[in-house]
Design a protein around this ligand. Structure first.
Ligand SMILES: [Zn+2]
Ligand SMILES: [Zn+2]
Length: 58
């Protein structure tokens, strides 16, 4: 059994059993995978792509 360890791109919190979390590719370059936990989605916390430096959400 392989469990993928996801870490929120904004707050660096480990995501375990967070049904409100999302994983998506950078909307700008599409190269890096961005992770947001439910807290950061609620707060609309910023995330930054490690590949291109794109900052969201917007
Ligand atoms: Zn977070
Ligand atoms: Zn990017």
């Amino acid at each position: 059994m392989v469990e993928k360890q996801l870490i929120c791109s904004s707050c660096k919190k480990r995501i375990t059993n967070d049904p409100g979390s999302v994983v998506f590719n950078c909307p700008n370059c599409g190269k890096s995978e961005l992770v947001r936990c439910s807290d950061c989605r609620k707060l609309a916390a910023k995330y930054k792509c490690s590949e291109c430096g794109f900052e969201g959400p917007n």
